[in-house]
Ligand binder design. Structure first.
Ligand SMILES: Nc1nc2c(ncn2[C@@H]2O[C@H](COP(=O)(O)OP(=O)(O)OP(=O)(O)O)[C@@H](O)[C@H]2O)c(=O)[nH]1
Length: 678
């Protein structure tokens, strides 16, 4: 208790009194600490009045918490909806306005994308995690409970959208009045449409000078067959017409079909790991009710837990005594292990078993990469960080892996490159982990022709997620590569350039449709490998930023693939093996050799960096010989100083990885693998 007491000093009497109040309220120590840290942060900003406002809000919320009676909200007065749209069309901004209008947060200029809570979301300005908030809205004398889920817009996080949709009966489909329908608008529309949800089209950003709400409504009618009159024009930024959105949510979205008389049944649609409280599960109650103290069971593991805490998010956690049919909230039930809280699991009362809900279709990883701790002694801590983060992001697949150069690690599967980058950034920021990520690859398939290998694998068709295990042509009758159906939406003046770009990426055109008099939607079949790295960047720059792109899985097709080795003075480097299409082998080999040349320091002898296909060398770079004389700056003959420098040099060598007789600094080696640059 020492730390909070020290921080009381200088904060003024009213605050001390409040903190003491807080203690008599039997608030948990952890909350007291976190409150105090927040106070310190506020004090840092030298804003004492705001501290008092903050604390009074905290404590009034505390007393208010016990007041919410969830039974006040019968199923007919509940609306569960998601906000979906293309990237940057204003989902999080509209969520802010809805939170303000319903009093969940105060109206201030500082409320910007409050549901984007993660550091990575704030830094990148994008939503990567769906977030829930419960709003109370009074309409024609009735109080409604509106459960809002703000979702990400980027294609790599579409799994979050599809999961959120499972807890909803309706969606707000937002379209930017300036940009019109974009590729992810189409993809997200179909997710909601196929789930038979009520769709409320919203034309946002009508305050912009170039806004064309009329034109955008025509597009909505043409592409989605939704009558123009159903669209609501708003400016989420200025709050124009947002009140009407609330009314239409109540009028157009049906209440959930759940019944309070049924036995309790809830779907776990998201989970996070809290260091102090264990697993915090987001649940949608599909029937019955659950109270604090109830003994519940998980359908997945069959384990029994006691419910310690229940509540709703407003958007911060707000404990309640129970959750009833149709409601969405969080639950803490003493689950300490990450594997205990499977997303898609069904929870029910121990005494009243029920038929489990269908759960979720597992996400299909599109991109795989090896991940290793920078220092092997951190393996265990990294393992627990990866486990906890994958609990919160169930679309990541994990398999153990090991490599000569990088030690023990994992092979992780992601939905795309941005997803992979965000996952790494979250590992670093939220778990303080330092990792090495290897060259990403897509999952190839091979049809084996060798009876011996078929016996070994137990099947004829195998999937390869590690290029080092790519089987040789001599034992394979056919290689297959994953394909995707890409949707491109662009102003028609860029069609020619985009067609050439697609051809260069081995794409085949499937169809083309004008969505209004100047914008066109094109569908192309692409090899996945051709779109994951830099296709979108090229498309953006060719179309002056106006083109948008989205893709969905489209099975596998035969392809002429080959394994490319990288050699250092004739010795192969296992971690740099890549699988490439035969037509692209030369350019890929050349690029990799050039990058490696820049990453390896010159040594006492010449080093040949080569790309090889089988025994054939297809590209080569040479690193010239050089000797770093560490004693060069050491004038005079002080032997102890010389010894010190030589010792330091020897220590530096420990950080080297020997490939044949070539020393490759671990960092340099990693930099090549990271493939950050093109
Ligand atoms: N002028 C104007 N700008 C808006 C409006 N609504 C949102 N914006 C701006 O558009 C940008 C993107 O808004 P967000 O709310 O983050 O968009 P989003 O759809 O949540 O973005 P992602 O989560 O990354 O997909 C921000 O700079 C907002 O300030 C609006 O009505 N008018």
């Amino acid at each position: 208790m020492r730390l909070p007491l020290i921080t009381y000093q200088g904060l003024g009497f009213p605050l001390v009194e409040r903190l003491l109040d807080l203690r008599t309220c039997k608030i948990r120590r952890k909350q007291l600490y976190s409150t105090t840290f927040t106070l310190i942060r506020h004090r840092w900003m030298r804003n004492i009045p705001s501290i008092c406002a903050f604390t009074s809000k905290q404590f009034s919320t505390q007393s208010e918490k016990d007041k919410i009676d969830m039974s006040k909200f019968p199923v007919e007065n509940i609306r569960n909806f998601s906000i979906i749209a293309h990237v940057d069309h204003g989902k999080s901004t509209l969520a802010d306005r809805l939170l303000e209008l319903t009093g969940a947060i105060a109206k201030t200029d500082r409320n910007k994308q409050v549901l984007d809570k993660l550091q990575v979301e704030r830094e990148r300005g994008i939503t990567v995690k769906a977030q829930t908030a419960s709003l109370f809205y009074t309409h024609q004398g009735q109080t409604y409970l509106l459960n809002l889920i703000d979702t990400p817009g980027h294609v790599d996080f579409s799994y979050e959208v599809s999961r959120s949709i499972s807890a909803c009966q309706g969606v707000l489909l937002i379209v930017d009045a300036n940009q019109g329908i974009q590729a992810q608008t189409v993809a997200n529309f179909y997710l909601a449409f196929e789930a038979h949800l009520s769709i409320i089209p919203i034309v946002n950003k009508i305050d912009l000078k170039n806004a064309d709400p009329e034109g955008v409504e025509t597009q909505i009618e043409k592409v989605f067959e939704i009558p123009k009159e159903d669209c609501i024009r708003i400016s989420a930024k200025l709050g124009t017409n947002v009140e009407r959105v609330l009314e239409e949510i109540v009028n157009r979205i049906p209440p959930p079909k759940a019944k309070t008389d049924d036995p309790f049944k809830a779907l776990v649609f998201d989970s996070t790991f809290d260091h102090y409280r264990g697993v915090v599960a987001s649940i949608a109650v599909f029937g019955g009710q659950v109270r604090k103290g109830d003994r519940i069971m998980s359908a997945h593991l069959g384990k029994v837990y006691e419910v310690n805490e229940l509540g709703i998010l407003r958007p911060d956690e707000h404990p309640t005594d129970r959750l009833l049919a149709g409601q969405v909230g969080y639950m803490i039930a003493g689950m300490k292990e990450v594997k205990e809280a499977q997303i898609g699991d069904t929870l029910f009362l121990q005494k009243h078993p029920v038929e489990p809900l269908p759960g979720f279709k597992p996400a299909k990883a599109m991109v795989f990469a090896g991940m290793y701790p920078t220092d092997q002694s951190e393996y265990n801590s990294l393992r627990s960080a990866v486990e906890r983060l994958t609990l919160n992001d169930s679309s990541v697949t994990v398999q153990r892996d090991s490599s000569h150069a990088l030690g023990a690690g994992w092979r992780l599967g992601f939905l795309g490159l941005l997803h992979m980058e965000v996952f790494n950034q979250r590992l670093e920021q939220e778990y303080n982990a330092s990792v090495i990520v290897t060259t990403p690859t897509v999952p190839y398939k091979a049809i084996l022709s060798s009876a011996k290998l078929i016996k070994e694998y137990g099947e004829k068709e195998i999937t390869i997620i590690n290029p080092a295990q790519f089987p040789d042509r001599s034992v394979v009758s056919e290689y297959l590569e994953p394909m995707v159906l890409g949707t491109i939406i662009t102003p028609d003046e860029y069609i020619g350039k985009i067609m050439t770009l697609c051809q260069n990426h081995r794409a085949i055109q499937k169809n083309m449709l004008y969505i209004d008099d100047k914008r066109v939607m094109m569908k192309y079949l692409f090899p996945l490998n051709e779109v994951i790295v830099d296709f979108y960047d090229h498309l953006k720059s060719l179309s002056s930023g106006y083109g948008s792109f989205d893709y969905e899985e489209a099975g596998y097709q035969p392809a002429d693939l080959i394994k490319m080795d990288i050699l250092l003075n004739g010795k192969p480097v296992e971690e740099l093996i890549t699988v490439v299409h035969k037509d692209k082998a030369y350019s890929a080999g050349k690029a990799l050799c050039e990058r490696l040349k820049d990453c390896i320091p010159r040594q006492l002898f010449e080093i040949a960096v080569q790309a090889a296909i089988g025994s054939k060398i297809i590209a080569r770079e040479t690193i010239k010989a050089y000797r770093k004389n560490v004693l060069a700056k050491c004038y005079g003959g002080d032997i102890t100083r010389k010894m010190k420098l030589l010792k330091k040099q020897a220590e530096g060598k420990k950080k080297m990885r020997m490939i044949g007789n070539v020393e490759v600094p671990r960092d340099a080696f990693i930099n090549v693998l990271k493939r950050k640059d093109k």
